[in-house]
Design a protein around this ligand. Sequence first.
Ligand SMILES: Cc1cc2nc3c(=O)[nH]c(=O)nc-3n(C[C@H](O)[C@H](O)[C@H](O)COP(=O)(O)OP(=O)(O)OC[C@H]3O[C@@H](n4cnc5c(N)ncnc54)[C@H](O)[C@@H]3O)c2cc1C
Length: 488
Amino acid sequence: MRSNGKLDRFVVIGGGISGLSSAFYLTKEAELRGREAHITVVDPSERIGGKINTLRKDGFVIEKGPDSFLARKTPIIDLAYDLGIQDELTGTNPAAKKTYILHRGKLHPMPPGLVLGIPTEIMPFAKTSLLSWGGKLRAMLDFVLPASKAEDDESVGEFLSRRVGTEVMERIAEPLLAGIYAGDLSKLSLQSTFPQFREAERRHGSLIRGTRASKRKGAAAPAAPSRLPEKLRRSMFLTFKNGLTTMLEALTHALSEAGAESRIGREAVAFRQNEAGEGQAPYEVLLNDGEILEADGIIITTPAFNAADLLEPHIPVDALRAINYVSVANVVMAFDKASFGIEFDGSGFVVPRSEGTTITACTWTSSKWLHASPDDKVLLRCYVGRAGDEAVVDLPDAELAEAVRRDIRNVLGITAEPLFTEITRLHRSMPQYPVGHLTATAALRARLRANMPGVWIAGAAFDGVGLPDCIRQGKEAASIAYDAVAKR
Ligand SMILES: Cc1cc2nc3c(=O)[nH]c(=O)nc-3n(C[C@H](O)[C@H](O)[C@H](O)COP(=O)(O)OP(=O)(O)OC[C@H]3O[C@@H](n4cnc5c(N)ncnc54)[C@H](O)[C@@H]3O)c2cc1C
């Protein structure tokens, strides 16, 4: 409640994890500031959660969108504790640490010591059958090539080719990093995706030396004070035993307890800024059914192309239009263990573009995550679609499933009939940060601060696509938007 007895009204546009965490942390900001907020979350889908979508079926926990998160990124762990669902967290199967890369139709173990595709241990790298001797020697030139003095952003592909050569880039780094962005590395901004690569070059004169140094520093540093139980601290990835939807359920519950409202199945189509004046809300958000929501603050957490439509009447949105989105799909297949015929010794494999398969990666889900399937079943998740190869996403179900089965037959020898197959298409779902993204986003946000105090943009389109990055942005957005509202 403000001094004039009114509530602080916020509209959060977008009900994905960025929007829900913005809304949740707005309730926390209100508590901290001793004020009362009224929050409305708007989303046109028939369900809340955006990309997060867990299917619980026949004892399986099937993720149709994201499936886990990097444990070292703490905002999501903090959120789990804030919501009281920390006991639901689970780690990967310690016996399934191995991952593979497909090369000339055969699976090769990833050489130990790779950090984001960069070798940090020379012997396993020298021995790997994934690269030619020429490719390995070219990578070693990284130790002697001078560091670039340029300050400008560049593409990840340009940088990696410059430092470790195209073979390491194409055969190892690209398929690994593509798992995060499904992107074309020659277009992806280095500054906005892997700034630590450039930092390693700048400080150590070599990407390999720099990556090795930060790995050693990480190992030597006392374990970060973590609230997580010891067992979970050893897992690089974490998720929730009953699926990531657990987090959505807890957020929805906390928001409804805090009196927040939602408009699910409705879309924000525009917003208006009003002249400052007695009795007038600073902003009004118009929904597609004609409802108008009065707002003191607005947090926009939609994909960039939707945010551009909403912001275009107010400010230049070139930075948002420049973010291209790639469509992907995943094909999940369940099998009976008894007739499957294969024991997995790892968590799956990734596929370089040059292999020409339909699938870009395959997770051996039931081996990587023990909670995901009943003991007598096997669950596989295959990924298709990446920048430059998106048409495959729209193949009819039967054709797509057959293409995927052909690949796993050829690579793994799997001939068993699946018990069921679940196909999920995620159109325009993977934002590709273009070169210069960081500067362009900062300029856009500076304009918002100056011209529309209380309006903010956050989410996967801006400062990181990972779930923890989205939650961090939601928390920051809540604080920034509330600061502006509280100043009025
Ligand atoms: C296939 C896939 C796998 C992934 N795997 C992982 C993973 O394992 N780990 C990980 O950390 N990250 C992963 N990611 C990334 C992560 O899932 C996303 O970056 C994150 O979920 C995005 O959350 P968000 O809230 O920013 O956006 P979204 O989830 O896209 O939510 C935005 C919401 O805005 C709504 N919206 C759009 N227009 C309007 C409008 N006009 N009015 C109101 N609402 C609107 C949409 O309906 C949507 O619900 C994956 C992404 C994909 C696509």
